[in-house]
Design a protein around this ligand. Structure first.
Ligand code: TYM
Length: 329
């Protein structure tokens, strides 16, 4: 089996975008790969976090991973800061990364615009740390949403560059991106990505939203006025809702279009909301149950960190040898 690495930031809300673009694939892929899934708290602090809230979010994301179907017996689940090799490899990779290539990254430019008062070094270094995450585990595949494609391309470039300088060391990773649902759009503005940091809470549905909230948010979803339920470029709102429905109801887009051929937007939106609720309700119940079992979650995280650390340390030693750091033997 090949190795797979991916991660999600513990920055609070986990949206339907995160679920469709990433989490649901994490679950699907866990039998076919050696999966390593991280709660990337080192990444989260590139924007200001309240320490108590960050702590809570990290723990809760561990519960959500398992509630969504990740099995800690099959995959490694761990918190990034528990494995110091991430920061260590990050440093080494910094020395082969050009300032020009990271300052050109779309997400860096975006985030700098939004956090103009805190354009810190970490924000720029974010994709290099992400590269360390991936390369430490010899990962062949990296499941992500479309917005992370550029970062994984940098990871490929850096792996190839390092191998070129120091000899074959890293596996060159491939991004795995959904054909549909790689970019779930905002419910308030279907030309914008659905994002947890949107100031309009009607723009996103959180995986932990209750039924009434989910129904309300879908009812308010911005669409168009021609009452035709069809996926097309000029109908971004309806296309987005069809994509969400197709994932949650497990039907092809064409089948969904057929199903709603005689429906109005109101009925369609309600059906989308119901499909989301049907899938999320059992996840939410399991999530609540797990949150109450702190001892179990802690044990999962301790075991996960141990396993991750074993693999990561091995890669880091190999790297240190290749670059010529002296080791007394
Ligand atoms: P984060 O937490 O911002 O996002 C987690 C995952 O959710 C995907 N995603 C979406 N997919 C579809 N539609 C959306 N609207 C949407 N919004 C978010 C993201 O693409 C991502 O896959 N930098 C990563 C975290 C990370 C990582 C890694 C990923 C750190 N190290 C190593 C892979 C490998 C991120 O965006 O997290």
């Amino acid at each position: 089996k090949k190795n797979l690495f991916s991660g999600i930031q513990p920055s609070g809300i986990i949206t339907l975008g995160n679920y469709i673009g990433a989490l649901s694939n994490f679950v699907k892929m866990q039998d076919d790969y050696n999966c390593i899934y991280s709660i990337v708290d080192l990444h989260a602090i590139t924007v200001r976090q309240d320490p108590l809230v960050l702590k809570k979010n990290s723990f809760e994301l561990a519960a959500l991973y398992i509630a969504c179907g990740l099995n800690p017996e099959k995959c490694i689940l761990f918190i990034q800061s528990h494995v110091s090799a991430h920061a260590e490899l990050n440093w080494v990779l910094n020395t082969i990364t050009y300032v020009g290539e990271v300052s050109r990254m779309t997400q860096y430019k975006d985030k700098s615009r939004k956090n103009a008062d805190n354009i810190n070094m970490g924000l720029m270094d974010y994709p290099v740390l992400q590269t360390a995450d991936i390369l430490l585990y010899n990962s062949s595949v990296v499941p992500i949403g479309a917005d992370q494609k550029q970062h994984v391309e940098l990871s490929r470039d850096l792996a190839i560059r390092f191998n070129g300088h120091y000899g074959d060391t890293f596996v060159v990773p491939e991004p795995v991106i959904n054909k549909y649902g790689a970019k779930i759009m905002s419910l308030a503005d279907p030309l914008k990505k659905m994002s947890k940091s949107d100031e309009n809470i009607n723009a996103f549905v959180a995986v932990t939203d209750d039924k009434d909230t989910i129904i309300r948010k879908f009812k308010r979803a911005v669409t168009d006025s021609d009452n035709v339920i069809k996926a097309s470029k000029d109908k971004p709102g309806i296309t987005n809702l069809l994509t969400i429905y197709s994932v949650f109801a497990d039907k092809a887009i064409a089948a969904a279009e057929k199903e709603f051929i005689n429906s109005n937007y109101g009925d369609f939106k309600l059906a989308v909301a119901e499909s989301v609720i049907a899938k999320l309700t059992p996840i939410q119940e399991e999530y609540k149950r797990l949150l109450a079992d702190k001892a179990y979650l802690n044990q999962v995280l301790i075991n996960g960190a141990k396993q991750a650390n074993d693999i990561a340390r091995r890669t880091l030693s190999k790297v240190y040898k290749k670059i010529g750091f002296y080791m007394p033997e």
